[in-house]
Ligand binder design. Structure first.
Ligand code: CMC
Length: 427
């Protein structure tokens, strides 16, 4: 059935086509609106705007559904690995064993950085924010692999694999730089997550091999963060990519968007908040009151979501994992007690219940990573490693989209109308 929506404006009446997605979501297609009526739509924050058609990830925020390429996140969390899921997102289908083996081998081959990167890292002050270094270094990859500027279909596999692999090495080196520690080369015998933890925590004279619990938990965190459709950083990657900017630069821009505390930076903000509560001797009750008081300008970090208005399925999975891993690791941490108390109070407080504000993925990933011994300033960097396959998949989808136009929103201008220039001597 062809559907349409009718818009009446003054003496004009136009029919706008209604597009239906594969899960039944409907959208009014306004691509001809301006041409036909002179009107544009205004939707700050894009809460009602579909920016593209996409086959990658499906979310139903009311029902708490998240699927990558059709597969429920719960099933992937239970049965897949980050690397297999990365393939699924980037190439559209679960890999065969041979494809997975080849992917793993290429990830291993791409893990080392060009030696010159060491000098680049040394140029940063020791206290440089890891997210700033991560973004800069991903962009720097374009200088070493200029073929990324003009990729063929065959090149895409190699460049995408290079990025998934090297982001992990760069991430680990941002941490080493922040401590002034020697860089540790990747070990080709180690798998993706174990190798990352080796580059983070080993010393040249003492190899760090992470425990199974920690590796599994980190693998799960990466998998759960691997894509989330048109979020702020992914939209950034698509917008930058729409100008035909290359894959590495577009993803470097995604890192910058992810850094903000309302997006990926929320997992750091959660820990900062818990630490402030602990150090200030504040009660969870008082903190909750502050979050409800609009004048305080304070929000309960790790709560609420633009899309999930019921529960965040990633948070449900991570909460279970956090409970298990904290038990296994025997962690006894006052910040975790504060987190549990905040969660308990907020879940029955009418302010949070009425606004459908639930703990989101960042609430539990922050707690879990702290328990795993990962320093707070690396939380968002780890989110970026996880999100890389999603960014790559979206960059490619945008790149290959038919007629792919450059992203260029309009605006409603509210500044002064025509004004005369006044020479400086007369002002
Ligand atoms: N603490 C207290 N009040 C809140 C919170 C919070 N964390 N989040 C939303 N509200 C209130 C908000 O003030 C508004 O109240 P009212 O209706 O009285 O004006 C109401 O709830 C609806 O919120 P909203 O502003 O429409 O929500 P949004 O969709 O614009 O923002 C959000 C979503 C995630 C940015 C926001 O909930 C927030 O700032 N949360 C804290 C930061 C955080 O945890 N971010 C991580 C998001 S998950 C990771 C990711 O996918 O990027």
């Amino acid at each position: 059935m062809t559907r349409s929506a009718t818009l009446t404006y003054g003496d004009k009446r136009i029919e706008l086509p209604v597009i239906e997605g594969s899960e039944g979501e409907l959208a009014v297609d306004v691509t001809q609106l301006r041409a036909q009526t002179g009107l544009i739509t205004l939707d700050p924050g894009y809460g009602n705007t579909g920016a593209c058609l996409s086959t990658i990830t499906y979310i139903d925020g009311e029902k708490g559904i998240l699927r990558y390429r059709g597969i429920p996140i719960e099933e992937l969390a239970e049965r897949s690995s980050f690397i297999e899921t990365a393939w699924l997102l980037i190439f559209g289908k679960l890999p065969t064993q041979a494809q997975l083996d080849h992917f793993s081998a290429r990830l291993t081959a791409h893990a080392p950085l060009h030696e010159s990167f060491k000098h680049h890292f040394e140029g940063f002050p020791v206290n440089a924010p890891p997210m700033a270094m991560l973004s800069a270094m991903i962009n720097t990859l374009c200088c070493f692999y200029p073929e990324v500027q003009d990729m063929t279909e065959e090149d895409f596999f190699e460049e995408a694999t290079r990025l998934v692999s090297k982001v992990r090495t760069i991430a680990a080196y941002t941490y080493r730089r922040s401590l002034g520690l020697p860089f540790i080369y990747p070990d080709p015998k180690l798998r993706y997550v174990t190798n990352f933890l080796h580059m983070m925590f080993s010393m040249p004279f003492d190899q760090h091999i992470a425990s199974r619990e920690v590796v599994e938990a980190l693998n799960l965190i990466l998998l759960l963060h691997a894509d989330h459709e048109q979020n702020c950083s992914t939209s950034t990657v698509r917008v930058v990519g729409s100008s035909r900017a290359n894959l590495f630069s577009s993803c470097a821009a995604g890192v910058c968007a992810l850094w903000g505390p309302l997006h990926g930076g929320a997992n750091v903000a959660v820990l900062d908040m818990l630490e402030a509560i602990h150090k200030g001797g504040l009660s969870a009750e008082h903190t909750l009151e502050m979050a409800k008081d609009k004048k305080s300008g304070f929000k309960l970090m790790g709560f609420g979501h633009r899309v999930y208005k019921n529960f965040d399925p990633r948070a449900v999975i991570l909460k279970k994992s956090a409970d298990k891993v904290l038990g296994q690791l025997g962690v006894n941490d006052p910040l975790l007690d504060i987190a549990r108390r905040l969660e308990e109070l907020a879940l029955k407080d009418s302010y949070f219940v009425e606004r459908k504000l639930y703990p989101n993925v960042d609430f539990y990933s922050g707690i879990l990573m702290r328990a795993m011994g990962i320093p707070t300033n690396m939380f968002t960097v780890i989110f970026a490693i996880g999100r890389m396959p999603g960014w790559i998949a979206h960059w490619k989808e945008q790149h290959d989209s038919e007629g792919g136009r450059i992203a260029r929103p309009r605006q409603i201008y509210t500044g002064p109308t025509t004004s005369a220039y006044v020479p400086v001597s007369e002002r």
